[in-house]
Design a protein around this ligand. Structure first.
Ligand SMILES: *[C@@H]1O[C@H](CO)[C@@H](O)[C@H](O)[C@H]1NC(C)=O
Ligand SMILES: *[C@@H]1O[C@H](CO)[C@@H](O)[C@H](O)[C@H]1NC(C)=O
Ligand SMILES: *[C@@H]1O[C@H](CO)[C@@H](O)[C@H](O)[C@H]1NC(C)=O
Ligand SMILES: *[C@@H]1O[C@H](CO)[C@@H](O)[C@H](O)[C@H]1NC(C)=O
Ligand SMILES: *[C@@H]1O[C@H](CO)[C@@H](O)[C@H](O)[C@H]1NC(C)=O
Length: 226
């Protein structure tokens, strides 16, 4: 029996070394985790199975003024994604995006990684990866990307990213907060679906005028990767 187990581990160990399959899930146990989405809406459809990562995104949404429309248009974002998987099932998990946002939004000059350290909300490795936008690989405009290729348990795996297309958009009940999103994968092996929920901040002012500077608006959110 022991010999058999060792053999299985050895075989799994070899399978595990393939770059495309290696460590595409958190080291924390998420087997009981299920995404809850609001009732009576059709935009977000929660998978019935467990996610492979749950992260807290801390960063900015970036906008430029569209002078024709006198409104801000999204031109990108930059966020660090911290692993909050180990907090799942604790009160800290629920409160983390808001607690982090309160520090992040109130403190000028603070670095993203300092926020999370102050709150002591992470385990090691704390950083899962980065979130930003890239040119749409299959069409026009911008696409969101979550890039875990250089951080955490997925570091060094060139396929540990996902570039996605939005397939569901549910505005937050608080108009200061960016929308909840359901995104399907277009490229990459990190996930087949990503959800942005529990958003705090990130919305631009409602109006702008020609000549207004580009702006960055701080936000936090929970990201679920399936
Ligand atoms: C969803 O809709 C049903 C039927 O209209 C209603 O009874 C229920 O209270 C709604 N639930 C929520 C959470 O709004
Ligand atoms: C501004 O908005 C208009 C109308 O939606 C759009 O046609 C145009 O491309 C936008 N301009 C820029 C610079 O994005
Ligand atoms: C977005 O803003 C961040 C600062 O928060 C900046 O570092 C990044 O280059 C910006 N990206 C784009 C595409 O504007
Ligand atoms: C709305 O969200 C903002 C930013 O997250 C927060 O400061 C504000 O207190 C919220 N308002 C309400 C009524 O919850
Ligand atoms: C503002 O953002 C737009 C779109 O990314 C870019 O083309 C432009 O150069 C930026 N303007 C400044 C002053 O950085």
């Amino acid at each position: 029996m022991l010999t058999f187990s060792v053999l299985v581990l050895v075989v799994l160990g070899y399978a595990d070394a393939s770059p495309s399959k290696r460590h595409l899930s958190t080291s924390c146990d998420l087997s009981c985790a299920r995404l809850q989405v609001p009732a009576n809406q059709t935009q977000l459809i929660a998978p019935t199975y467990a996610p492979s990562f749950i992260g807290i995104g801390v960063g900015t949404q970036n906008y430029t003024c569209n002078a024709t429309e006198s409104t801000y248009a999204l031109v990108g974002a930059l966020a660090e994604i911290f692993d909050s998987s180990c907090l799942y099932g604790t009160p800290a998990f629920e409160s983390a995006p808001t607690r982090v946002y309160d520090v992040w939004s109130a403190t000028t000059g603070i670095k993203i990684r300092e926020v999370i350290t102050i709150l002591g909300l992470t385990h090691d490795p704390a950083v899962l990866g980065q979130h930003y936008y890239v040119p749409n690989p299959v069409g026009s405009g911008l696409s969101p990307k979550w890039d875990f290729t250089s951080s955490g348990v997925t570091a060094g795996n060139p396929n540990a990213y996902v570039t996605g297309a939005k397939i569901g958009d549910l505005p937050s009940s608080n108009s200061s907060n960016i929308d909840n999103l359901m995104v399907k994968a277009v490229e990459g092996e990190l996930a087949s679906e990503v959800f942005r929920v529990e958003t705090n901040g990130g919305q631009p002012p409602t109006r702008c005028v020609a000549g207004d500077s580009n702006i960055t608006v701080k936000y936090t959110a929970q990201y679920w990767f399936f």
